[in-house]
Design a protein around this ligand. Structure first.
Ligand code: FRU
Length: 530
């Protein structure tokens, strides 16, 4: 992690001397040139958020207020690779159609503005309110690049800023930082939640290999109350970007606390990934549920098993009558994020998703599905009740429907011990494959021949796999496609896989392959924003 920031900071320094990161590294310059000349396609997704221009990573500070969803994001406005972080800003009425707004927070002498969260302080517990509009409090990490370069351990601190105009503009608190660094190198990404049960604010913070829990009454004075996670779950890298949410268990009156915890590297299929833990919270300490006790390094509690859903967190202040847990992640992976073959903009967010907590036997699972609002933007529709697959079988092509921005849903009944393979092919020879092996009970995505892959050795080298987490004899599949991304929701979101890919031509054919099976209830909906 440290090396990543230092490397990028030094590229920035070079940029000031009129050399870009690419120019500094001959090999990577050659690679980039070779890659970009292969295609003049614009990969920009149509209905996933991307910044108009330049670099973006984690979603930050998401809150809802007066009919508007706010999304802030790690943003570098002066280049298309990672640089001194700002908080960019976008708003939406429905989580699908986003409008980019002016930058909300800029770096200052205390450092870059790293990831964090925002809450609406309806009761004005912070005292920042003016009696008219409820103050919005953003909490973020200051990353001091000078401290980092000097080799200090305390260069990340926590700070707050407040907005009295519903998130349009923020004023940094003069008492910053509100949490000093106790000497922990990776100490960042505060996520605040309202703990109604104990009538307090709770903040989770990633600190190297664990999550720290803080509580507060006024959002300014924070008390460290506990730590969680050392030796529990996956630890292949540094823990980053936690979230802590109180979730109802589907079909019961029970509620559980869920800790979402990203880590990089060490994700299920390599690089960045997001795991979760289910348990109880007594106002101070988070205790893992009995069913997850002794959770090993190679567990299967991942929000998404694909390579490209990182640092995702949920919106705060969702009205009770709505009650959903709404989530969005960054659709990339630190293994190659800085090198993906786009120029004017770099990185997209996942589709907004609804998270639910289910219990089967003693096992808790988070299931995720695209938010219902996505269904508002339907274009053409293509349906078939049943398609017999024998060998390689065409399911749909561009004469039936525009597949490149679409939602494909279907079912397979009475699964047999065999492989079910699907291909999305572009005008050239590019093919993105995904499927399910019922014998191994594993899903996969294979993007090795999906178009531009050579920009980084970790991009198309391995087939990503994911376990099936359902024992239903039927399989439900939903694929959300948007030019350069596929988000696969298997078994109604029990197993999710998100990956990006860069076909040289738009996807225009969908085929299936396998040994005598039927695709049932196929629906393909184009997604059109206008
Ligand atoms: C996660 C992350 C955060 C950090 C931010 C910096 O992707 O490394 O931990 O705050 O990105 O941009």
């Amino acid at each position: 992690m440290k090396n990543r920031f230092i490397f990028l900071s030094s590229c920035l320094l070079s940029a000031m001397l009129l050399f870009s990161c690419k120019d500094n590294n001959k090999e990577s310059e050659e690679k980039t040139t070779e890659v970009t000349t292969q295609s003049d396609t614009d990969f920009r997704p149509a209905f996933h958020f991307t910044p108009e221009e330049n670099w973006m990573n984690d979603p930050n500070g998401m809150f809802f207020l007066n009919g508007t969803y706010h999304l802030f994001f790690q943003y570098y406005p002066d280049g298309n690779t990672w640089g001194p972080m700002h908080w960019g800003h976008a708003t939406s009425k429905d989580l699908i159609k986003w409008e980019e707004k002016p930058i909300a927070l800029e770096p200052d002498e205390q450092g870059y503005i790293f990831s964090g969260s925002a809450v609406v302080d309806t009761e004005n517990t912070s005292g920042f309110g003016d009696g008219k509009t409820p103050p919005v409090i953003a909490m973020f990490t200051y990353h001091d690049p000078k401290g980092e370069e000097e080799g200090r351990d305390d260069y990340q601190t926590q700070a707050i800023a407040y907005s009295l105009d519903e998130g349009k503009t923020f004023t940094k608190y003069e008492g910053n930082p509100v949490i000093e660094n106790p000497g922990i190198r990776d100490f960042r990404d505060p996520k605040i939640t309202r703990d109604e049960v104990h009538d307090q604010w709770v903040m989770v913070l990633s600190a190297n290999d664990q999550t720290m829990f803080y509580t507060s009454q006024n959002l300014k004075d924070w008390k460290l109350v506990s730590e969680f996670g050392r030796g529990i779950g996956a630890h292949g890298g540094v823990w980053e970007c936690p979230d802590f949410i109180h979730m109802k268990v589907e079909g019961s009156d029970q509620k559980k606390w869920v800790l979402i915890q990203s880590l990089n590297p060490g994700g299920f299929n390599g690089g960045s990934g997001t795991q979760y833990f289910v348990g109880e919270f007594d106002g101070k300490t988070f205790t893992l549920d009995e069913s997850m006790k002794d959770l090993s390094e190679d567990h299967n509690y991942w929000l998404d098993f694909g390579k490209d859903n990182y640092a995702g967190v949920t919106w705060t202040n969702i009205p009770e009558e709505d009650g959903r847990h709404l989530f969005m992640g960054w659709m990339s992976n630190w293994q190659y994020a800085n090198e993906v073959p786009t120029e004017t903009w770099r990185s997209a967010m996942t589709i907004a998703r609804e998270l639910k907590l289910t219990k089967t036997g003693e096992t808790y699972r988070i299931v995720s599905t695209p938010v219902a609002e996505l269904q508002k933007y339907k274009g053409q529709k293509f349906t078939k009740n049943s398609i017999a697959v024998e060998g390689k079988t065409q399911i749909a092509n561009s004469e039936d429907i525009d597949l490149s921005q679409s939602v494909i849903s279907f079912e397979i009944e009475d699964l047999k011990d065999q492989e079910y393979d699907f291909s999305l092919t572009s005008g050239g020879d590019d093919v993105l494959k995904f499927g399910y092996d019922h014998k191994a009970e594993k899903f996969y995505i294979d993007r090795s021949n999906s178009g531009l892959t050579g920009f980084n050795e970790n991009f198309g080298d391995k087939i990503s796999t994911a376990p099936r987490l359902s024992d239903d004899s039927n399989l439900e599949v939903k694929a959300v496609l948007d030019n350069m991304s596929i988000e696969l929701f298997f078994d109604n979101g029990k197993t999710v896989m998100t990956e990006i890919f860069f076909p040289e031509q738009p996807i225009n054919s969908f085929t299936a392959e396998g040994n005598d099976f039927s695709i049932k209830n196929l629906t393909i909906n184009e997604v059109k924003l206008n």
